[in-house]
Design a protein around this ligand. Structure first.
Ligand SMILES: [Zn+2]
Ligand SMILES: [Zn+2]
Length: 192
């Protein structure tokens, strides 16, 4: 049986592709309430997700296939060492998050970009949630990390980590130049 595929697209439809092997057991559906995820959406002039978090599905880079618009990808980061946030230049939609090196293989896709996110089952982990007592906490983050770590290790052993549309296979550099936000841009995006 062929691995199930879920198609994804940016808002305007120029950047399109599929998440291969898309099922609740091949990734983790999560919602992140951290300030950086929200600031990234605001910087990219996307709708403010608050009070909700940013929903994502943490998959592996070899599960991501671009069918069109790969050259439209731009990448930015909120800080020198921060997560890479991959955006479609055409409409600004934020589509994927990755680490700065392909050696730590993961590619989280914003579930808003998927045609049928519910095929991935319910959200099972929540990060940086404000609890009723006002404190920030996490729900089932341990499950999230454990599931990621076991998948990442298998990719390292099999060599599949090299199979990524986000990095050059030879140089291991990102396929687009990373834009790091200036202090002012970061401030403007977090002041909201
Ligand atoms: Zn976040
Ligand atoms: Zn677009």
């Amino acid at each position: 049986m062929a691995a199930p595929e879920l198609t994804f697209a940016c808002t305007c439809g120029t950047v399109r592709g599929a998440l291969v092997g898309a099922s609740a057991t091949e990734g983790t559906r999560a919602e992140c309430f951290c300030a950086d995820c929200r600031a990234s959406e605001i910087y990219a002039r996307q709708p403010d997700p608050a009070p909700n978090g940013v929903q994502l599905f943490q998959a592996m880079p070899d599960q991501v296939r671009f069918d069109a618009g790969h050259e439209q990808l731009a990448v930015f980061s909120l800080s020198e060492k921060g997560l890479l946030r991959w955006q479609a230049k055409c409409c600004g939609a934020i589509m994927f998050f990755t680490m700065r090196s392909p050696k730590i293989p993961f590619a989280s896709i914003r579930t808003d970009r998927l045609t049928d996110p519910d095929a991935l089952g319910p959200v099972i982990a929540r990060a940086f949630v404000r609890k009723p007592n006002g404190k920030i906490g996490h729900d089932r983050l341990g499950t999230f990390i454990y599931r990621f770590a076991s998948r990442a290790v298998s990719r390292r052993i099999s060599g599949k980590w090299k199979n990524t549309p986000f990095f050059d296979a030879e140089t291991l550099k990102p396929v687009a130049d990373i834009y790091v936000l200036s202090k002012d841009e970061r401030k403007a995006a977090t002041a909201a």
